[in-house]
Design a protein around this ligand. Structure first.
Ligand code: FAD
Length: 429
């Protein structure tokens, strides 16, 4: 049987760059709480914070199977987008996009405020983002995204192959776009800071996986290895792993994707890496590769996916290194200092598993690879929904996850679709 929580083989490279922190103790006894939240990621932290603004005197227990910074929320590429992802960029849908983008932009400002309140130092800057195409399939995606930006009256710059080479030091791409609507952060620092900014009234337990949930006499019981939690209201904010607790099983899959960081590059190489010293580049293909150059002069590559399992360390290292060297041949002598994987809560149509699933049981899952800012927003709105406050129509704004067939048809469908997509868009991989 699959575990009900992520248990990664490889350490998170971002977290390995930070000094060690003392985790909150694991739950070691039975407790009673008004509210329990499973998952201390962007979504879970936002739920806890919002609940406390509604009911400052109620008890809130927040548990996570991992340690803050080491788990999934610290494993991402650190893009905090102020607008929706390219796949969502549909010029015919502008009103919906404007409303969701306005909420996402406001949420990002709140995240910046939370970082400031935490007093922690976080590498975060409004560096913007490139999108670049290495093939005609990528160029068509850029054209669609440009149509969206134009229709939304959002600023952007169009870039030729030589512009890109001059700015990011890679001649791999044919053409691209730069848009300023994105912050780049060190994600392990970021999640540590957001966690640190939680009010003291939230009781946090790290290294505490929820093994099962059960409804008992109109309350909820969460079982963990060394203690159980009884609560009136239970939130699942554990993304793809909600389905391991019996929720969203016909809508969610755990898609693993991988990232690697080089060591800080020697100064002798900086001049070969373009004029921009802190940048991020998102793929034009949904299975394509993300790139970053960080403030401390490392390159990051995030690429390829696996269905419901984490690939072997050697395969992750070899594949990421090959893809990085294809884009930056000048780094041929440099290997990756760290590589790691992370699970993305994926839904077939990109919609969400969001709302009250059963009386007193609320869930927000299905980030589809872009859930740092969106997760924060959706967590906050879920807490509002649970207390009966007015909330916008989340399904209308962000979609509802569609049904997927059961295994083994689901896995077969994924493998066939991804093989076909990867072959057609191979230059973007
Ligand atoms: C390599 C990679 C790169 C990415 N890059 C980006 C990016 O640049 N920008 C972006 O917006 N998104 C990115 N994503 C996606 C992003 O990480 C997620 O969208 C985001 O973390 C979702 O936040 P969340 O709080 O909803 O869920 P998560 O971050 O997945 O947090 C869920 C938490 O629940 C915990 N948990 C799971 N099961 C249990 C259990 N049974 N009991 C207790 N705790 C449990 C986990 O340990 C985790 O801490 C990337 C993902 C990966 C893997």
């Amino acid at each position: 049987m699959k575990p009900s929580f992520p248990d990664y083989r490889l350490r998170c490279g971002w977290n390995a760059l930070l000094s060690r922190r003392e985790p909150a103790p694991a739950l070691s006894t039975d407790i009673d709480s008004d509210v329990a939240i499973i998952g201390a990621g962007y979504t879970g932290i936002a739920i806890a914070k919002r609940w406390q603004t509604h009911y400052p005197d109620q008890s809130v227990a927040l548990i996570d199977s991992s340690e803050i910074g080491e788990g999934n929320p610290g494993r991402n590429s650190g893009f905090l987008l102020e607008t929706a992802l390219a796949e969502d960029a549909d010029a015919a849908n502008l009103d919906r996009m404007r409303r969701s983008n306005a909420m996402i932009a406001a949420t990002l400002q709140d995240i910046l405020q939370d970082i400031e309140d935490s007093g922690a130092s976080v590498d975060i800057a409004r560096a913007g983002t490139y999108r670049a195409a290495a093939s005609d399939i990528g160029a068509r995606s850029i054209a669609r995204y440009e149509a969206f930006l134009q229709a939304s009256e959002l600023p952007y710059e169009k870039l030729t192959k030589s512009d890109l080479q001059q700015r990011i030091g890679s001649s791999y791409f044919q053409e691209g776009l730069y848009s300023p609507h994105c912050y780049l952060a060190q994600p392990a620092q970021l999640i540590r800071a957001l966690f640190a900014a939680l009010p003291d009234t939230v009781s946090c337990f790290e290294n505490t996986p929820a093994l099962s949930i059960e409804n008992r006499s109109s309350r909820w019981l969460v079982t963990t290895p060394k203690g159980n939690i009884q609560c009136d209201t239970l939130f699942l904010a554990n993304n793809a792993f909600a389905k391991s607790l019996g929720i969203g099983q016909s809508q969610l899959v755990a898609m693993y994707t991988y990232a690697g960081l080089t060591p800080a590059l020697p100064e002798s190489l900086h001049s070969q890496l373009g004029s921009d010293s802190n940048w991020g580049l998102l793929p034009t293909h949904r299975l394509g590769s993300t790139l970053r150059r960080t403030v401390d002069q490392r390159l990051l590559i995030r690429s390829f996916h696996d269905y419901e399992h984490e690939a072997s360390s050697s395969h992750v290292r070899d594949s990421l290194t090959r893809r990085m060297h294809a884009r930056f041949p000048q780094l041929k002598g440099i290997s990756l200092e760290s590589v790691w994987g992370g699970a993305v809560g994926f839904t077939y149509n990109g919609g969400l598993v969001w709302g009250e699933e059963k009386p007193g049981l609320f869930v927000s899952a299905g980030c589809n690879g872009g859930g740092t800012v969106k997760g924060t927003l959706l967590g906050r709105l879920l807490a509002d929904l649970a207390v009966g406050a007015d909330v916008p129509d989340v399904t209308d704004l962000f979609g509802k996850a569609s049904w997927m067939p059961p295994e083994p048809i689901r896995a077969l469908g994924f493998h066939i679709t991804s093989q076909l997509e990867q072959w057609a868009g191979r230059a973007e991989m």
